[in-house]
Design a protein around this ligand. Structure first.
Ligand SMILES: NC(=O)c1ccc[n+]([C@@H]2O[C@H](COP(=O)([O-])OP(=O)(O)OC[C@H]3O[C@@H](n4cnc5c(N)ncnc54)[C@H](O)[C@@H]3O)[C@@H](O)[C@H]2O)c1
Ligand SMILES: N[C@@H](CCO)C(=O)O
Length: 807
């Protein structure tokens, strides 16, 4: 035998009741069907009663709607005829009479309310019983017996179990039973509390020790998190009774928590199923589950509209009875305590309560501790509003180390402040309090970090869509699906700006037409505006990508990192700024637990900085760096010829995307100076730009004036360079612009190399770096390859981005 319970939505319309019939008829077993009232009817009855209690007869509108709901369903299912019409009318007349009575006396007692609260179930059970061929209706009030705590009566299990067993002793077929209602020993109607139909079904299931209890509802079962917040939330296939209980308490309103106890005691499996998608597996609740041990967390639940009350005072330390008095005071006022946190110092106790109860709770505590407040033993009763409680639940957390560590470091890394924490020794649940404004981010972060989300999300805010930024967009677009399919990494472009416009979208932009979207945007670009928008969006796993060459943009990193947003940058300005600023950025990143990555600052996509870091972190010491670090200059010296003069090669380097937006930065040696400075710093040497000796090969006068002046004047150097070039060619030598670091000193300049020199054969825009280290001593380590260009640089930025995601 099985017990099937159908909720309000499942019996909410004629169409839905047809589905219920299909489900019941598809069972190859005897079934007891427990039903709720038609969706929304119980609320209407309760509201009508409240209105009636004001002494007016304004309940008419509610009554009309209640009657309308039932008559629509009855007429659609039974063509408006048959015995059901009389039964429904009779019960609705009973409701009307009692509501009229309430109006006359102008008072509503809990007992009277219970007299009518279950009328919806009484009607719906008749409707369903008559609609399923061969089904009989049984009245729950005859066999579920309670005390007289109207509104939430306690079940007398001894009597109830006996009555249920007697009632269904030789039962076969289909019986339909109203949920929620019961009677006391005086034969008066009582109710089992809201959500009580679940409870009814569990009481019957437990008494008869049935094979299974199925709760049919309008969702697919317990989800890993609230699907309205986490789009990636999915149905949890199996839960233990304790896990289901915890998740229900913390806001997952799939099942009414007391339901669990009777079935848990008898070890009866509970299956949560969706009436509207019966083919889905749903959630199975059992004594022990067969799920994966590598996922210690089953689900995340949350409750909003929480207030935290903190009772504080040095005078509380070591004094017994404080907690007892606190909780007794709250209990007396019927204030439900949702979370408790007390530090071992005992100088404060925090309790989380429903926001609506906070004033009541505060006055109860003030009254209780009046004397201690007056004497200063209790120094403060602090109240914080607009909070939420989040809880992770999972039996596999027990004795698994590192969960709390991972949880709180992930939350911290995303800049979310934790206000209070509670974990019971059962290790089944860790709960913590955050500001409600941080709730969405918290749920996302936790869902993702415990692999409850199938995909890791990376939210990208890109500034600058020129040569590198533009190419990066193309690469992300091309690779997006593959990363999602194979690496479960979802890269979302959530913000983008050029110098004119900026746009933001939490759900991410379609990269295929993001440039058009940006152009059509009305939002003017503003640096501070961009940062403020990122902060306001407050999305977890956010990364700011700088593909500009701007000083102003680089000056934003501090604030960005401080907001727990990672920074990936192709722009060398920050890492080559004052040493103090460079270290400050690194420290903020470290302190906040977010990444600050700039691999493309040296050698474009070549792994020059990462390799250096690996050497240093593994205990090697960098003794000497010799390198060709300018793609532009190497290209120029490889391209210059009798037909292609210096000025032309500079233009070509610009056109091919090798040079800086302003090529004077390359020609002046500034770009290379920045690079050797960054390498020296990453090698552990605190160098400043002034410490670098720069030997220029283009006279300073060419860098005075505007960029236009530069382009106009530069051909004046062509002849001189051609003469020198010819001579070099005859000697079979080449120019290389070389950077060197050794013994705390760095210098850069033009060098003539012969064919034996390792830099001689460095083609095109290639770069080459030689690290002489303690380990790579006799034969230095060499890294060589394209040192500039849109696609390789964008690829390097992309690689840094992927590193941020930690996949
Ligand atoms: N091109 C390369 O081979 C290469 C290699 C390594 C590193 N880099 C670095 O990458 C960065 C970009 O280089 P690029 O070649 O793409 O230059 P680019 O001139 O093609 O693109 C830079 C873009 O940034 C935009 N920009 C500038 N200031 C801005 C602001 N305040 N707000 C929004 N957008 C702004 C510009 O409008 C431009 O579109 C530079 O820092 C450069 O040093 C380039
Ligand atoms: N302008 C730079 C780009 C790479 O950093 C170069 O030519 O090397």
């Amino acid at each position: 035998m099985k017990v099937l319970k159908f909720g309000g939505t499942s019996v909410g319309s004629a169409k839905n009741i047809q589905k219920v019939r299909e489900i019941v008829q598809s069972q190859n077993d005897n079934v007891i069907v427990v039903v709720s009232a038609l969706g929304g009817v119980t609320d209407l009855i309760l509201e009508a009663a409240q209105v009636a209690a004001t002494g007016t007869d304004d309940f008419g509108n509610y009554l009309k709607e209640i009657k309308q709901r039932h008559s629509t369903v009855v007429s659609e299912l039974f063509n408006g005829s048959g015995p059901i019409t009389y039964i429904a009318d009779e019960l609705l007349d009973e409701l009307e009479q009692i509501l009229t009575g309430i109006t006359l006396v102008g008072e509503l007692t809990p007992k009277t309310l219970d007299r009518i609260a279950g009328i919806g179930e009484r009607i719906s059970s008749h409707v369903v019983a008559q609609y399923i061929p061969g089904a009989i209706r049984e009245d729950a009030a005859e066999f579920i017996k309670t005390n007289s705590n109207f509104g939430k009566a306690a079940v007398d299990f001894d009597e109830t179990d006996q009555l249920i067993k007697a009632k269904f002793k030789d039962f076969s077929g289909v019986a339909v039973v109203p949920g929620f209602i019961a009677k006391n020993s005086r034969n008066e109607f009582t109710t089992l509390g809201r959500g009580g139909s679940d409870y009814t079904s569990a009481i019957i299931a437990a008494a008869l020790e049935v094979e299974a209890l199925e709760i049919w509802t309008d969702v697919d079962g317990f989800m890993t998190a609230d699907p309205r917040v986490i789009s990636k939330a999915y149905t949890i296939p199996e839960l233990t009774y304790s896990e289901a209980m915890e998740l229900s308490h913390f806001g997952a309103k799939v099942i009414y928590p007391p339901t669990i106890l009777p079935v848990y005691q008898k070890g009866i499996p509970v299956h949560i199923k969706n009436t509207f998608k019966p083919e889905n597996e749903g959630t199975l609740i059992l004594s022990s589950t067969s799920d994966r041990k590598d996922r210690p967390i089953k689900g995340i639940s949350s409750i909003s509209r929480i207030a935290l009350l903190t009772l504080q005072g040095i005078g509380m330390v070591g004094v017994t009875g404080i907690s007892m008095r606190l909780f007794t005071a709250l209990a007396k006022m019927n204030v439900n305590v949702i979370l408790i946190s007390q530090a071992s110092s005992e100088n404060s106790i925090s309790v989380a309560v429903d926001e609506h109860a906070v004033n009541l709770a505060e006055s109860a505590i003030r009254a209780e501790f009046e004397k201690e407040i007056a004497s200063g033993q209790v120094s403060k009763i602090a109240i914080e509003n607009d909070l939420s409680i989040v809880a992770i639940v999972g039996e596999n957390m027990k004795h698994t180390t590192g969960i709390a560590g991972k949880l709180f470091s992930t939350i911290g890394r995303n800049g979310i402040n934790i206000i209070a924490i509670a974990q019971g020794a059962s290790e089944l649940n860790i709960s913590w309090v955050v500001k409600t404004s941080e709730l969405r981010k918290t749920l996302n972060v936790v869902h993702e970090s415990f692999f409850l989300s199938e995909n890791v999300e990376l939210n990208v805010f890109l500034m600058g869509i020129g040569t590198v930024g533009g190419n990066l967009l193309q690469q992300i677009q091309k690779q997006q699906q593959k990363l999602l399919d194979e690496k479960h990494l979802k890269i979302k472009l959530t913000g983008i700006a050029n110098t004119k416009k900026m746009i933001f979208r939490r759900e991410g932009f379609d990269i295929a037409n993001v440039k058009e979207t940006l152009q059509a945007s009305e939002m003017k670009s503003s640096l501070q505006g961009f940062v403020e928008a990122m902060k306001a969006m407050n999305i977890y796993n956010s990364v700011f990508v700088d593909c500009t060459a701007s000083d102003e943009v680089a000056s934003l990193y501090k604030e960005i990192l401080q907001s727990n947003i990672a920074v990936v940058t192709a722009n060398k300005v920050a890492a080559s700024s004052a040493y103090e600023n460079y270290t400050a950025l690194k420290n903020i990143a470290k302190q906040k637990g977010v990444k600050f990555l700039f691999e493309t600052n040296v050698g474009a996509g070549l792994p020059i900085i990462n390799t250096l870091n690996d050497l240093v972190y593994s205990g090697d010491r960098i003794l000497k760096i010799e390198a060709v670090l300018s793609g532009t200059l190497n290209f120029i010296f490889n391209t210059i010829s009798a037909e292609t003069p210096l000025s032309k090669t500079i233009q070509m380097a610009k056109e091919q995307g090798f040079s800086e937006p302003d090529p004077r930065v390359d020609l002046s040696g500034v770009d290379v100076a920045r690079k050797i400075l960054i390498l020296a710093r990453e090698a552990g040497y605190p160098l400043e730009m002034e410490d670098i000796t720069i030997e220029r090969f283009v006279p300073a006068s060419f860098f005075d004036g505007s960029l236009d002046d530069f382009w106009k004047n530069i051909p004046a150097l062509d002849d001189e360079f051609e003469t020198k070039r010819k001579k070099l060619e005859e000697e079979n030598k080449k120019w290389r612009f070389v950077a060197r670091y050794e013994n705390g000193k760095a210098q850069i300049g033009l060098q003539v190399v012969d064919s034996k020199h390792p830099f001689y054969d460095l083609e095109g825009s290639n770069n080459l770096v030689m690290y002489t280290t303690e380990r790579y001593n006799e034969f230095p380590m060499l890294i060589k390859g394209y040192g500039a260009g849109a696609s390789v640089t964008a690829a390097g930025v992309f690689a840094d981005l992927i590193k941020v995601s930690n996949i």
